[in-house]
Design a protein around this ligand. Sequence first.
Ligand SMILES: *[C@@H]1O[C@H](CO)[C@@H](O)[C@H](O)[C@H]1NC(C)=O
Ligand SMILES: *[C@@H]1O[C@H](CO)[C@@H](O)[C@H](O)[C@H]1NC(C)=O
Length: 319
Amino acid sequence: MASKLAPTLARLILPAAFILLFIYSTTLLYTPSKEEEPRAREEAVEKAEVEYLPPESCNLFKGKWVTDPNRKPLYDETCPFHRHAWNCLRNQRAHMDRINSWTWVPEDCPLLRVDPEKFLRMMRNKNIGLVGDSLNENFLVSFVCILRRADSGAKKWKKKGAWRGVYFPKFNVTVGYHRAVLLAKYVWLKLPVRRVSSDQVKFKEIYRVDVDVPAEGWAGIADFYDVLVFNTGHWWNHDKFPWETPLVFFRAGKPIHPPLDMYEGLKVVLDSMVAHIQKNFPAKTLKFWRLQSPRHFHGGDWNQNGSCTFDEPLEEPQV
Ligand SMILES: *[C@@H]1O[C@H](CO)[C@@H](O)[C@H](O)[C@H]1NC(C)=O
Ligand SMILES: *[C@@H]1O[C@H](CO)[C@@H](O)[C@H](O)[C@H]1NC(C)=O
């Protein structure tokens, strides 16, 4: 079998190689005239960009994760935008090969790997913002580390309210991150609950969540970004907000009655944040919502020996 295959392959590959060599050498010989050079290049760039994008009819969200053992990360541990504690490559987290081998394959069309140069060229003079919790920040870090390959001048960017970001000077593109773990504004409060005696008042500690007020971290960003990616999720649990310091939901400055539990509150916050975005953000801004993803820690919190030992994506019913 193998002995038959080899000559067949040689018959196919050798002519193909010669054809490619021939095409390559003709491009070396061909020097376009001064006027047609930029136009030809522009057209070639546009054509490459069109081919790069998946067809609009394709539902990219319908698909599955598969492993490809030859897949390597697009950046290494020297990327300067990692928080040290989160730099899995540098910290030599176990099973990185397997983790890096996962790739998302849509059901109905091919999805090419992000090409930092093409991507940034298409986004020239545009800004991309991520708003949410640390899972969006994780996404931001790997994203800017990938994009940095196309612009070695990429540098940290900081603006009032933005927790961190990166500016790509070659393309005039900013990718920013605004930390807002619940999306809505929340503050820790001590509330008087009852008067124990005439000179003694009993307090209860709560977190006041204003369902109709965006967290300060992303107030005033409406006009800056062309693309926004929102997320919230794993802070809505009793490890983050213990039962004894509950979330108490307020609307228009007044406590909501009857009080909402945490999950009812999440739903109300999502509805009112979506309404806020629709009302106050330009319609032309492309907006995405990310769904829930797993927490960073398993088997305990960060200070209780918790660690993330998973190297497989969640199954659909687990999300
Ligand atoms: C950079 O992009 C911004 C829009 O994000 C634009 O206002 C500005 O003029 C651009 N600067 C240059 C030098 O092109
Ligand atoms: C964490 O693990 C260490 C060593 O196994 C143990 O001594 C300690 O009690 C653990 N801490 C918690 C909070 O479980």
